[in-house]
Design a protein around this ligand. Structure first.
Ligand code: SF4
Length: 169
């Protein structure tokens, strides 16, 4: 695997992309094309910037204020091999990992059967916020998600129980 990842941006110390102070990596590239997407510039798979993954990891581990990592987008699942590499490194350091995706958890459970990188990413994150942004389900005051169809899923519990476990925020 080459050690570069294509990102549309980084939020260095974010308080709005999951609980606590988090480093947020915004993937570049998304196929979902949701109506009303807030970040259409993140869709192009050749846009954004390529970054060295090991440098990104090192820079997080230097900052002791950071309690968690969030993968957002774009759609991080389109670069699952790169994000799973990052997730494994952060997990070793005890950081809590959230991942956003336009795919539903059910679709990813199917994809996991054939695609190792997706399985490894799912198995190494704590929380998945799933599903496309649906403008008709947009509601003010939703925490950590844009539309009410999106779910904040406890991934470990869901895999263990073989039943989707939803976190309330
Ligand atoms: S999944 Fe996210 S980035 Fe992709 S089109 Fe939908 S809202 Fe935009």
């Amino acid at each position: 695997m080459n050690k570069t990842i294509r990102l549309s941006g980084i939020a260095y110390e974010s308080l709005v992309n999951g609980p606590g102070m988090r480093r947020v990596f915004f993937a570049q590239g998304c196929k979902h094309n949701c109506e009303g997407c807030f970040n259409p510039e993140t869709h192009d798979f050749s846009g954004g910037e390529e970054k060295n993954i090991d440098d990104l990891i090192k820079d997080v581990l230097k900052n002791k204020m950071i309690k968690g990592i969030t993968f957002s987008g774009g759609d991080p699942l389109e670069q699952a091999d790169k994000f799973s590499y990052m997730a494994k490194a952060f997990k070793k350091s005890g950081l809590n990992i959230w991942c956003y995706t336009g795919y539903t958890f059910e679709i990813l459970l199917e994809k996991m059967k054939n695609e190792d990188s997706i399985r490894e990413l799912i198995e190494n994150i704590d929380v998945l916020v799933d599903g496309r942004f649906e403008i008709n389900n947009k509601k003010e005051g939703l925490r950590f998600r844009g539309s009410s169809n999106q779910r904040i899923i406890d991934v470990k519990e869901s895999l263990k129980q073989e039943k989707i476990s939803i976190l309330e925020y």
